[in-house]
Design a protein around this ligand. Structure first.
Ligand code: DC
Length: 222
């Protein structure tokens, strides 16, 4: 049987990763995975259970012990905790402030990588995050890195009603010791400051189709 395809979409905060990953997944009929939501779920779980997110050992212990399950619902992977999917709870300002600390813990990143790789059992994937092309699925040939100017990204966040210091968040994500945010080797970098999500996703889809066609051609030639 053919190996499932993984489309890795990484990038800075508010660079349009979620919107574009969803559009690409829908167009291709692939399963969508939001890995940021998985880190947010652990941050939410720590806050709810009084685990100090500034204590890496306590966070690592919580991550070893929590009871989780991956489920694919309506073409999207969900991480359930004790059978519950905290869809709304993980989007609060409190969770956004806690999540970079949780995401910097090496044991957490190892756990997340293992779970994220397990998603392959649901089929072809479009996975968005910060380290998918560099660390989670470095072997995929479908790597995209989205970015936009800080001004434009701040404007997008403000339009969502969220005031956030994106420069500080990017810096924390880029400077952590384990799996920092960086452009994966061989990734196609797309600066979409002046582009709509439809234009950005069309560019990604065109590139994927070209690569798939080249693969097919190479196979039929061999
Ligand atoms: O994309 P997001 O804002 O929901 O991500 C939440 C946090 O998780 C953010 O601080 C970056 C981190 N993250 C990460 O370190 N690695 C990923 N693959 C996805 C998110």
């Amino acid at each position: 049987m053919e190996e499932p395809i993984v489309i890795a979409i990484d990038g800075t905060s508010a660079s349009g990763k979620s919107t574009n990953a969803r559009l690409v997944a829908r167009a291709l009929g692939f399963v969508y995975v939001d890995t940021g939501a998985m880190y947010r779920t652990l941050a939410w779980y720590c806050l709810k259970n009084g685990v100090d997110v500034h204590d890496p050992r306590a966070v690592a212990r919580a991550c070893r012990r929590w009871k989780t399950e991956l489920r694919c619902v309506d073409g999207q992977v969900r991480l359930l905790v004790d059978g519950y999917y905290p869809e709304k709870e993980i989007r609060t300002a409190e969770v956004s402030a806690a999540v970079p600390h949780v995401a910097a813990v090496p044991a957490v990143r190892q756990w997340m990588k293992r779970k994220q790789r397990e998603c392959i059992r649901f089929g072809n994937l479009v996975m968005e995050g910060r380290d998918i092309g560099t660390n989670v699925f470095p072997e995929t040939e479908f790597k995209y890195f989205l970015d936009a100017s800080l001004e434009e990204r701040s404007r997008r966040r403000a339009a969502e009603g969220i005031q956030e210091n994106l420069a500080a968040r990017d810096q924390r994500d880029s400077q952590r010791a384990v799996a920092p945010l960086m452009v994966p080797l061989g990734a196609r970098v797309i600066n979409n400051s002046q582009m709509t999500p439809e234009q950005t996703s069309a560019l990604i889809l065109e590139d994927i189709r070209q690569r798939l066609a080249a693969r097919q051609k190479a196979r039929s030639a061999s």
